[in-house]
Design a protein around this ligand. Sequence first.
Ligand SMILES: [Fe+2]
Ligand SMILES: [Fe+2]
Length: 292
Amino acid sequence: MQPYSPSNLVEQLSRNSTPYHDPLAKIHWDLLTTDQFWLPPEAISLHGVPAFMALPEELRRRLSQYEFLNFVDAGLWLEGIFMERIVHTMRSRRNDRANLRYRLHELREEAGHSLMFVELMERSGLATPPRRLPRFLLADIFGRHAPMESAGFWLAILLGEEMPDRLNRYLRRHDADICPTIVEMSTAHIIDEARHIAYALEVLRGRLLDLSTPARLFLKPLVQKMISQFVELFYYPRPELYESAGLKPGGSWARAARSNPGRAAFVGQCLEPTLQLLRDRGFDLRRHRAVT
Ligand SMILES: [Fe+2]
Ligand SMILES: [Fe+2]
């Protein structure tokens, strides 16, 4: 398989990544406070559930902070996979200089995002339960083991960038409702991610042109499953997270989130542009349904 060949877009993206804007240095960390919501109330998994809405605002706010940390924690894991693969391809002599340069820009930017995530975790003073990834997480399998120049790899990367980006965009549209430091984090991420997504789409365009019909048919259910797993990871916190936020027993709150029609509608709204992007590329996918 030939490596992706350079285009004007790649050169342009590299130019746009210069100068580097370090989120760690740019963000106003002194404005971070747990006295404000970290997610707009409508973006909390239990929003609309009567028992949750009846809780004091302090507890609802606390859950928004834990749910944002859950989102950040998943981002840290995803960025780690991507950075690992970028470093790995540097050993390949097939890398042309334009792509190598751009991938190094991405590496620097993803490292900046991960540093910003770690900074938030530390400054929050909130202890999240240890992350437990499902055993057969397709994004993990594709991200670590699919050849870096394959359609499968770039589909996993695209989903891993697109899906959190939609939530970041929602946060930014509702910035009046949340802590300004969190808005700054989302903004910094969206700006870099626009380039990363443009690059992933460009590479994927070439890869999908090469894809045979049987390969496409093979990939479709895997992409569908990958989306479901990302939805679970980003939008449906595990019981331990509710417990850490002071909502006990965590299992019954987690079940309440899964059967919350407001949550399903919110997820559907965030997911729709990503599904459309894939439909435009020949992957006709269903909408996700929470496992209740
Ligand atoms: Fe990132
Ligand atoms: Fe990215």
